[in-house]
Design a binder for this molecule. Sequence first.
Ligand code: ZN
Length: 246
Amino acid sequence: MQRYVVGAVVAQWEKQVEILPDEKRALVDYDYLLGHLNFLEKMVVRRIFAIPPGELGFKGPFHTLEKPANLVKIAPRTYLLQGREKYTCSQYCPEASYNDYQRMMAQMRRELGRELFIESGYRSPGMQAYLFLFYLVRNHQYSLQETARLVAFPGYSEHGDPVNNALDFINADGISGENPGQTAEDFERLPEYQWLLQHAREYHFHLSYPRGNQQGISFEPWHWHWEKPAANQENKTKPSMINSHQ
Ligand SMILES: [Zn+2]
C-alpha cells in the first residue's frame, strides 16, 4: 500500500518538476510539491521525512531548511555523454564558494587543459525530497536505508547548506560517476579528480565522503563541500584571488 502511494507521489512530482522552467528546478519549493498530492500521499511523505535520519544509518548533521540569500545563478553547460550532447540544468551556488570554484577551475584549465562543471549545486528542500523519493522508488526497491546511503533527507544535505555548501562535479565527457552505467571508480580515475585531491584544499573545497567515511554515506568522489576559511586565512588568499581573475 505505502509502496503504491510513494510510486504515485514520484510520478506526480516528476510531472511537476518537468513542467518547471529549467532555472526553477533546483529551487523547487517543498510546499509547492506537497500541494499537488492528495491527503493520503501527503501523509505518507510527511511520515517518511519525520523519521530521524539516524535511524536509517545516516550520521551527518542537520543543516537548514532556509534558502540562502546570496545564490549565484549558473548557466547550463553542455557535455558529451556517449556521443550525445547533454547539458547540466541551471544551477545555483552561494557566492563565496562559487568564487572559489571559479578560481579553482582557472588553475585546473591552466594545468590540465580540463575543467569540471557543476552538475548539482544548491538544492532546495523540495528538490531534496523529490530526489530522495525518486531514488527510493526507481533505484533502491523502496529501501529507506539503502537510499539514505546516497541521498540525504531535506535539511540534511550539504547541497542545502547556505554557506558551507557542496557541489557535485561532472567532466566534459559526461563522467560524473552517477550517470547510467558509471560507477564512483570512473570518476575516481579522472585526472580532474586526482588534481582536486592535490589542489581543492587551496580553494577551501574538501571531499565529503571518502571510502569508509563516518557519516554512513557511499564513496562519492564527485561531491566536494566548501568550508568558509577563518578570517585570517581569508585575508591571505585575497591577493591571489585578484590575480587569478586575469
Ligand atoms: Zn552531492
